[in-house]
Design a binder for this molecule. Structure first.
Ligand SMILES: NC(=O)C1=CN([C@@H]2O[C@H](COP(=O)(O)OP(=O)(O)OC[C@H]3O[C@@H](n4cnc5c(N)ncnc54)[C@H](O)[C@@H]3O)[C@@H](O)[C@H]2O)C=CC1
Ligand SMILES: O=C(O)CCC(=O)C(=O)O
Length: 526
């Protein structure tokens, strides 16, 4: 039974799939103190949050079983993703479900800002009738500068176009083609800042975007500019904004997000030009249902080891590529496991080579599987998420290469491991109807399925060796299921690879190693 802990308010309808799942126990506890959260997280397999719960390194340290953190929304800045990655915990978000709501909220804020609606409302219900004081401006013909033309920025652009605004955008990843399709003028950052009657930010909060809108940038702006932030507090330097409003440079600001949330009695609130909402961008019935459904489904997939798509700490793989790579994943992991077990010593370099049709694809996910397989023979708690991090931490070099050489198979994966003691390689392929096969160990051709208990023996090619090995195993009651031998030349070095029905004791291994002509004996478990 998977224990799914939900610590922020999520839509009931949205989490229905989790509630209905027979293999899931849902624990809903909101407004937890840190101590309570530290206690609850210990036994959770999954954690579902919005933005209130702070999933810090301290919280993650306590998590013993946690496989996945689901963020019902976009921004994951309340989650220590780096620590989660190190611990092999997948972080998933729901990037699409609240796009429209947030774009609509930003648009509502822009109109409210243009027409002084919150200020006029407050005055009117106090019995005043100040029609002259609240004269606004039209959106038509004004320039809207969008900083960050992703999902929300793009939806906002469409709405602004419908209101006959000129839309100009800065986004380092915006292509000319996409800008054209959206009817948006692509600009550099300074140009976008200098042109806007309204400037709105829709980037994530990162090292690069922290205080992106700062004192110097306010200097570049048109006098009377109006500023919006419905993305993340911190993208705009709040002190600089305060000064720019006071100096008259900025005519108004609409803020949904703040550097510290809740912001309490923020100095900006003393300025009549500032309107604010309490991080409401995604707060609609529709968005909350959407994100809760999306994240619940993702969490269920991950808990059940099924394919998922929105991991923040894993490269995203297009569905088409995923289905092509899927049959190779097990082969890749087994080759990594196999190679790591036949080479003694500390891992230094893992070189993976892909040949044939497979070499035309993005094979990074397979390299990750090979790494996971290889490292899991040496380290505990290795998974697909943390394998590259663990390799880097230990100074293991990963070389990934594609080869056009013909190895005699439609496709081939070769894993070569170098340790501080020696180097060995293992190659494998997928054979129609037979699944994963190991086709070569070092220079020896072989054909065996990588599964179960295997015995890898390096020996001299001389009469009687196979018989002696069989006799020892027989004496100890070990059944041999299949056997493969390989040699380069008569009387030279040779290898033996046996499928055996159960594992060997140290005693049996010792006896085998003492046999005449045997160089090494390694038990491999796949
Ligand atoms: N107020 C609220 O309730 C909500 C806020 N958000 C926030 O809105 C923001 C945008 O969300 P989405 O559009 O879904 O994200 P997205 O990932 O689709 O778009 C972000 C865009 O910012 C661009 N970008 C990154 N660094 C940049 C830089 N230095 N300068 C200019 N552009 C840059 C990226 O290329 C990308 O196109 C995020 O911060 C998210 O957390 C999202 C949903 C609700
Ligand atoms: O959960 C929320 O309402 C906040 C949404 C948000 O800020 C996001 O998705 O990034």
């Amino acid at each position: 039974m998977y224990r799914v802990l939900i610590t922020d308010p999520l839509s009931d309808l949205g989490i229905q799939k989790l509630l209905d799942a027979k293999d899931v126990e849902v624990i809903r506890k909101t407004d937890l103190t840190l101590e309570e959260l530290l206690l609850e997280i210990e036994s959770a397999d999954a954690l579902l949050v919005r933005s209130q719960t702070k999933v810090t390194a301290e919280v993650l340290e306590k998590a013993r079983r946690l496989k996945v953190i689901g963020r019902a929304g976009v921004g994951v800045d309340n989650i220590d993703v780096a620590t989660a990655t190190k611990k092999g915990i997948i972080v998933v978000n729901a990037p699409d479900g609240n796009t429209i709501s947030t774009a609509e909220h930003t648009f509502a804020m822009m109109i409210a800002l243009a027409r002084n609606i919150p200020q006029a409302y407050r005055s009117t219900i106090q019995g005043e009738w100040k029609r002259k004081e609240f004269v606004g401006i039209e959106l038509k013909g004004k320039t809207l500068s969008i900083i960050g033309l992703g999902r929300i920025g793009s939806e906002l652009a469409k709405r602004a176009k419908a209101f006959h605004m000129n839309v100009i955008a800065f986004d380092p990843y915006l292509s000319e083609d996409r800008a054209k399709k959206l009817g948006v003028q692509k600009a550099d950052f300074k140009e976008a800042i200098m042109s806007g009657d309204f400037i709105t930010v829709h980037t994530p909060l990162t090292k690069e975007t922290r205080h992106l809108i700062n004192r110097e940038v306010f200097e570049w702006m048109k006098p009377g500019v109006r500023i919006l932030n419905c993305a993340r507090g911190g993208i705009i330097d709040e002190d600089a904004l305060y000064e720019a409003i006071q100096s008259g440079k900025v005519a108004g600001a609409a803020l949904d997000v703040f550097e510290t949330e809740p912001p309490g009695h923020h100095p900006l609130f003393s300025l009549p030009q500032v309107i604010a909402t309490p991080h409401l961008g995604a707060s609609t019935i529709e968005a909350q249902e959407n994100v809760a459904i999306d994240v619940s489904e993702e969490v269920l997939h991950i808990l059940r080891n099924e394919p998922f798509k929105n991991a923040v700490n894993l490269p995203s793989i297009p569905a088409e590529l995923q289905s092509k790579l899927q049959p190779y994943q097990s082969l890749a992991e087994k080759l990594g496991q196999f190679a790591a077990q036949i080479v003694p010593g500390a891992l230094e370099t893992i070189t993976v080579t892909f040949a044939g049709e497979i070499a035309e694809w993005d094979i990074a996910p397979l390299t990750r599987m090979i790494l996971k397989g290889a490292l899991s023979c040496h380290l505990s708690d290795v998974n697909y998420v943390n394998a590259p991090h663990l390799a880097k931490q230990r100074g293991i070099q990963i070389i990934e290469q594609k080869s056009s050489k013909n190895y005699g198979f439609t496709q081939l994966i070769r894993v070569e491991i170098t340790t501080d003691q020696e180097q060995k390689s293992v190659s494998g392929t997928l054979l129609n109807g037979l699944g994963p096969r190991i086709t070569k160990i070092n220079q020896y051709s072989i054909d065996i399925s990588p599964e179960g208990h295997l015995l890898f023996i390096q020996h001299k090619d001389q009469p009687g060796t196979i018989g002696r090995v069989g006799t020892v195993l027989g004496n100890y009651g070990i059944n041999i299921a299949t056997m493969q031998v390989g040699r380069k030349e008569i009387g030279g070095q040779a290898i033996m690879l046996l499928h055996i029905d159960k594992g060997l004791t140290a005693d049996i291994l010792h006896t085998l190693k003492q046999l005449d002509g045997i160089d090494s004996v390694t038990e491999i478990v796949l």
